[in-house]
Design a protein around this ligand. Structure first.
Ligand code: IPE
Ligand code: IPE
Ligand code: MG
Length: 243
């Protein structure tokens, strides 16, 4: 049963879109005297469980931060390991979600990714595009500033071509990777860091934020439920007033 501290999760108020900054793999490994790549591998196991948990809870969209545009600045061995892991994940993606109503999508700058990863992304997106249950969105080579810059560049081209007469928020949002995805209701970051690190910076302007100290490989469905229950205790006002 989904209980926590004698309180029960409200299944009628599950956030439609949950976004997660999966942080702390390196520290998890270090604490155990293991290599950082071991931590990433363990983190990918957590991800499998959390996708499943979101599916069971009836979440409609789950977006996870897997690799940022800034993560290229890490040592080459770690970047290579992460790419290898991501490739493996994408290759097995359909097997992972077998029998579940999960659609897989990827957001981020694809041009900067290795060819073999791009091929897998195209394949998995095509094979799952008809699925209407949970949209599982992987942010890969993703950076919020890069996304906004690319959107504005396209918008300027469309203005010059006479396709757009007015520049407004909707015209920018239409050109983001997330153009057909609602903004996150709840954004979770693990590992005790209290920052967004360039994740969904446009889309999270009214998201409820939840930070916890748990390192990503240790994050479980119980922690997810705790975050959702915290969300359920909040009053979203969007700048207005509520009695
Ligand atoms: C998050 O874990 C995974 C990625 C950024 C790819 P980290 O690798 O950032 O782990 P810490 O923050 O060093 O512990
Ligand atoms: C954010 O974590 C990126 C991902 C989780 C993929 P980082 O570990 O890269 O963020 P900083 O460097 O601590 O801000
Ligand atoms: Mg980190």
């Amino acid at each position: 049963m989904l209980f926590s501290k004698n309180k029960k999760i409200d299944m009628t108020n599950i956030p439609q879109h949950i976004a997660i900054i999966m942080d702390g793999n390196g520290r998890w490994a270090k604490k155990r005297g293991l290599s950082r790549s071991f931590g990433h591998r363990e983190g990918s196991k957590t991800l499998r469980k959390i996708v499943e948990a979101c599916y069971e809870l009836g979440v409609k969209y789950l977006t996870v931060y897997a690799f940022s545009t800034e993560n290229w600045s890490r040592p080459k061995e770690e970047v290579d390991e992460l790419m290898k892991l991501l490739l493996e994940y994408l290759r097995n993606a359909e097997k992972e979600i077998k029998g579940k109503n999960v659609r897989i999508r990827v957001i981020g700058d694809r041009k900067g990714l290795p060819e073999e990863i791009r091929t897998e992304i195209d394949r998995v997106e095509k094979n799952t595009q008809h699925i209407s249950g949970l949209d599982f969105i992987i942010a890969l080579n993703y950076g919020g500033r890069q996304e906004i810059t690319a959107a504005v560049t396209r918008l300027i081209e469309d203005v010059k071509a006479g396709k757009v007469s007015e520049i407004n928020e909707a015209e920018i949002a239409k050109r983001l990777y997330t153009h057909d995805i609602p903004d996150p209701d709840l954004l979770i970051r693990t590992s005790g860091e209290i920052r967004l690190s360039n994740f969904l910076i446009w889309q999270s302007s009214y998201s409820e934020l939840f930070f916890c100290d748990v390192l990503w490989p240790d994050f479980t469905k119980k922690h997810l439920i705790e975050a959702i229950m915290s969300y359920q205790g909040r009053q979203r006002r969007f700048g207005g007033l509520k009695c």
